[in-house]
Design a protein around this ligand. Structure first.
Ligand SMILES: [Zn+2]
Ligand SMILES: [Zn+2]
Ligand SMILES: [Zn+2]
Length: 341
């Protein structure tokens, strides 16, 4: 079985060259040995050959299932055995390869995807995690204000809220470290942070307002912006009398609002319109959200790095080569990382 050995060497070589993180590759000769290893230790991936000396790959899959051992598996069959591969897929393997047709690029890509997916919390969409990994490739800290800009940035197809909730998940599972930044107004109906504030007249609800220094002519009750009084000798535009002593017959109000319909008031109603769902709400009705900034933990750096494609530094694997004297392609891959969840 020279071919199988060659396949194995090729696979190992290309994994060593292209895996962006350090990993341990353990190869075993028999199904029994493989089962023992997977039972004893947590592995990230199993490369499983259909032809094992003591059982078939399918039998091994069934045993794993019976023992409730969950491990992502890539199944390897020889040419013409696609039927077996279909059976294996039914038993839950993630992918299968046909011997002699192994595309090393695809293999590495699949392994990376599988490891990223199995490492991520189940609620996290791997696509979003990949996107986050890309964001972290240019900066070690993500500030939420930057994310806000990224949402409107045409390249990002991931909604801001999904990004936020994924970041939260990743922080809860120790991929990221989260530090509170500041609190913001959020839409009470959809939770979006993209609410546009506007000021309203408390009397008529008009949103067209003017603001300025106002005078009130106490003797006749007329109120208007100072500029309306300042013609000539500060004459009241209503009763045409001259303003005399500040605080006696007239008073000054520093910042008053006037609506389109002529209402004067000191404090407009602060209201918001959600740009996501269109909901209108006041400050009292608004939801409040605390935003965080995020930093990758060591664990997160290792895991998320897998999600990045070519633009990453390849860490040299400095482990001595493992013995590869078996003619069976049955590799168990263990990434050299912290496996705590
Ligand atoms: Zn009004
Ligand atoms: Zn007057
Ligand atoms: Zn909304």
């Amino acid at each position: 079985m020279e071919d199988a050995l060659n396949d194995q060497i090729i696979m190992m070589r290309c994994l060593r060259k292209r895996m962006p993180i350090g990993f341990d590759l353990i190869s075993v000769k028999t199904g029994k040995e493989g089962l023992e290893k997977t039972e004893k230790d947590k592995f990230d991936l199993l490369l499983l050959d259909y032809r094992l000396p003591d059982m078939t790959g399918l039998e091994l899959l069934e045993t794993l299932q019976k023992r409730h051992l969950q491990i992502p598996i890539i199944f390897v069959t020889s040419k013409g055995n696609e039927k077996i591969a279909v059976e294996a897929m039914k038993l839950g393997v993630r992918d299968y390869l046909v011997k002699d047709e192994i595309d090393s690029n695809r293999l590495v890509e699949n392994i990376r995807n599988i490891i990223v997916e199995s490492a991520l919390p189940p609620e996290v969409n791997p696509e979003v995690a990949k996107h986050i990994a890309e964001l972290f490739s240019t900066s070690t800290t993500l500030k939420i204000e930057i994310l806000n800009i990224l949402e409107t940035y045409p390249k990002s197809k991931i909604p801001f809220l999904e990004l936020i909730s994924t970041l939260k998940e990743l922080a809860e599972t120790n991929f990221l470290e989260a530090k509170p930044s500041h609190s913001v107004v959020a839409c009470p109906s959809c939770g979006s942070l993209t609410a546009n504030p506007s000021l309203q007249c408390p009397d008529c609800g008009s949103v067209l307002l003017d603001k300025g220094e106002a005078l009130e002519h106490l003797s006749c009750g007329y109120v208007d912006f100072r500029t309306k009084f300042d013609k000539g000798d500060s004459v009241c535009p209503k009763c045409k009398k001259k303003l005399k002593i500040l605080g006696v017959d007239y008073r000054r109000v520093e910042s008053w609002y006037k609506c389109l319909n002529g209402h004067f008031f000191g404090r407009p109603i602060l209201s918001f319109a959600c740009s996501e769902c269109g909901e209108k709400f006041t400050l009292d009705e608004a939801a409040l959200k605390t935003l965080y900034y995020y930093r990758l933990t060591k664990r997160g750096r290792q895991r998320l790095r897998l999600g990045l494609l070519e633009n990453i530094l390849v860490e040299k694997d400095n482990q001595p080569d493992h013995e590869i004297n078996t003619e069976r392609i049955k590799l168990i891959l263990k990434t050299r990382m912290d496996t705590r969840r």
